[in-house]
Design a protein around this ligand. Structure first.
Ligand SMILES: C[S@@+](CC[C@H](N)C(=O)[O-])C[C@H]1O[C@@H](n2cnc3c(N)ncnc32)[C@H](O)[C@@H]1O
Length: 198
């Protein structure tokens, strides 16, 4: 994690301009839930916890990690309001090395978190996931593919890099390429990946 990335996210939360503040998770999460038996889930870069809370409402126990304190506090508040405080745990920390003593998660979901990691963090992240997911576990990932932000800053993960990174320890079930548009910015390429832990 670079301080610059951390500071940028803290500012985003302070400004309240959060395209991911919706109550419901994306349709890809909603469609996945009925295909799996409930178990233990890890929400990486959980933000306000919409994915972990949705899973908990569908019988899962879910842990959410995010490095922004304000995000995890709000996630815990929303989980309590939804009646799933007992089935969820949110904590402030790094998503590249989630402090999970558990090594048997059945599901990990990352929506828009790891695509801002350095190459070094990406390796750490992949190795952590290998450690905490049980064999056969599902890993759902959404990333922005490399593009330039309006400020000219490169953003997102290079095309093909996700496949290469997770060739170690994971099998790719499915990938869907698409585009993402936020506010009035020009759309950019993005992708969803469905992996299984080997
Ligand atoms: C685009 S937001 C999505 C939030 C959430 N996944 C959702 O879909 O509602 C990405 C989140 O990842 C978090 N994040 C980014 N880098 C992180 C890191 N190294 N460790 C923990 N959280 C991180 C940010 O604070 C932010 O909440």
């Amino acid at each position: 994690m670079t301080n610059e990335t951390y500071n940028r996210f803290v500012e985003r939360y302070q400004s309240g301009e959060l395209p991911w503040a919706d109550e419901l998770p994306p349709p890809e999460v909603i469609d996945l839930v009925p295909t799996l038996s409930p178990g233990r889930a890890l929400d990486l870069g959980c933000g306000y916890g919409r994915t972990a809370i949705y899973l908990a409402l569908h019988g899962w126990t879910a842990d959410g990690v995010d490095f922004v304190e304000q995000a995890v506090e709000e996630a815990a508040r929303r989980a309590a309001a939804a009646g799933v405080a007992d089935q969820t745990k949110f904590y402030a920390g790094s998503a590249s090395t989630p402090q999970a003593n558990d090594t048997s998660y059945d599901l990990a979901i990352d929506i828009g978190c790891m695509h801002s990691f350095s190459d070094e963090l990406l390796i750490e992240y992949r190795d952590s996931l290998k450690r905490v997911l049980r064999s056969g576990a599902t890993y759902l990932l959404f990333v922005h593919l490399r593009n330039e932000s309006p400020e000219g800053r490169p953003h997102g993960i290079a095309k093909g890099h996700v496949e290469t990174l997770f060739a170690d320890g994971f099998s790719l079930d499915r990938v869907e390429h698409g585009t993402t548009q936020v506010e009035d910015r020009p759309p950019w390429e993005s992708a969803w990946y469905w992996f299984k832990r080997n």
